[in-house]
Design a protein around this ligand. Structure first.
Ligand code: SAH
Length: 375
């Protein structure tokens, strides 16, 4: 009888203990195995030298460490990396690394495509295909850490932060996302603090309430509009969970940790949501809410009718918010020359022709590691 092998990347610490227990092994082995997989980056059981030979053999018979396959890596002139990853059934997802002076942020996908249909997001245009498994989510972190460690100048290319801001709505893949985030924060795995793992959501309220109970990660809410009429148009899930309910939850979200704030993301769309009246409404909406605001200059993609707000409009909007005591920054647009910026991730499904041509055009690094100078 052939045994269906389990993928150990699917297991967080608690689940690994239970798995080993069910195999008649000592649960404390979970810590060692997790360290080998996630800290040392091993995918071969024979090298896990502090495990008994018998356990290593058992692991080889019953389990494997199966990662998404890297199809391509693009590097932006600003140092941003984008990996195109192939999953089992031919679906592709994208993962982006954004290096900054004092940190390195990995932007991780949670679904193939997205079901939410936000009108200004290119991922929405490809529709929803399926949820990622825990292994496919944490596998993005595993691969990025390994790939960056193989490059020169390792010290400035470390993953210090993870944001669940890639393709998909993470709260609609709740269990796998929460489990993967627990591996990110596990001291025996990636050891990231709860403030350095951020979940971004359009505001799926029941799941957001559940998240507060089970995971201490940082929260970003994709607001994008200061009133229901406009938000219904930009973020259609608002029709189900309107602003009054969303803001009521945000107000008390970190009630037990008064110093923590919710980040509100606000994409700047020319003539749509960037006028002084919108800033005034936003100031009113955020009154008495522990909030930070991230303004995101809109990143265009083929066939969109939206345009990016002018720099003057973005600055004026930001200054107005700051004048009312709201901590506001404008997010730097990173990696837009390789379509790695917010809302540009579309994972090869839509716009296949022009996209694959662009893949070829930019600094394309084939997987044998040789850089090709192309046009
Ligand atoms: N579904 C989640 C996470 C994915 S999107 C969410 O909605 O939060 C990550 C962020 O990028 C969100 O704030 C999203 O609204 C924003 N975004 C999407 N498309 C964009 C675009 N074309 N330009 C700039 N930001 C965009």
């Amino acid at each position: 009888m052939t045994v269906q092998k389990v993928n150990l990347l699917d297991y967080n610490y608690q689940q690994m203990r239970e798995l080993l227990d069910s195999w008649g092994e000592k649960p404390y082995r979970a810590q060692q195995i997790i360290q080998w997989i996630h800290q040392t980056g091993l995918s071969d059981f024979t090298e896990m030298t502090n495990l008994s030979k018998q356990l290593r053999e058992k692991l080889a018979q019953r389990a494997h460490i199966k990662l998404p396959e890297i199809i391509a890596c693009q590097k932006s002139s600003d140092g941003t990396h984008k990996w195109l990853l192939k999953l089992d059934c031919g679906n592709c997802i994208e993962t982006v690394f954004i290096p900054e002076a004092t940190r390195g942020t990995l932007c991780v996908s949670s679904q193939v495509g997205c079901a939410l249909n936000c009108s200004f997001c290119s991922t929405a245009k490809q529709g929803f295909n399926r949820n990622l498994s825990t292994a496919e989510i944490i596998g993005q972190v595993w691969l990025a850490v390994r790939e960056l460690s193989l490059e020169e100048g390792v010290h400035d290319k470390r993953v210090t932060n993870v944001v669940m801001m890639g393709m998909g709505e993470p709260l609609l893949n709740f269990d796998n996302v929460v489990s993967a985030m627990s591996i990110m924060m596990d001291d025996f795995a990636y050891g990231l603090s709860k403030r350095r793992v951020t979940l971004s959501t359009s505001g799926v309220l029941p799941e957001l309430q559940r998240l507060r109970e089970v995971s201490p990660v940082a929260l970003a809410v994709s607001l994008h509009a200061p009133n229901d009429e406009l938000r219904n148009e930009l973020v259609p899930i608002n029709k189900k969970y309107p602003l009054s309910q969303l803001m009521a939850l945000c107000k008390t979200y970190f009630k037990n940790e008064p110093r923590r704030k919710v980040t509100f993301e606000y994409v700047m769309l020319k003539g749509v949501n960037d006028q002084p009246e919108h800033a005034n409404q936003l100031i009113k909406l955020l009154r008495n809410i522990p909030a930070k605001v991230n303004l995101i200059p809109f990143n265009p993609f083929p066939m969109t009718h939206y345009e990016r707000s002018s720099q003057e409009a973005i600055d004026a909007f930001r200054d107005k918010l700051i004048a009312h005591g709201i901590n506001t920054i404008t997010r730097k647009t990173r990696g837009d020359d390789i379509d790695a910026a917010c809302g540009q991730l579309a994972g090869e499904v839509m716009d296949r022709t022009s996209r694959s041509q662009r893949w070829k055009k930019l600094h394309f690094i084939p997987m044998d590691g040789q850089k090709q100078a192309t046009e």
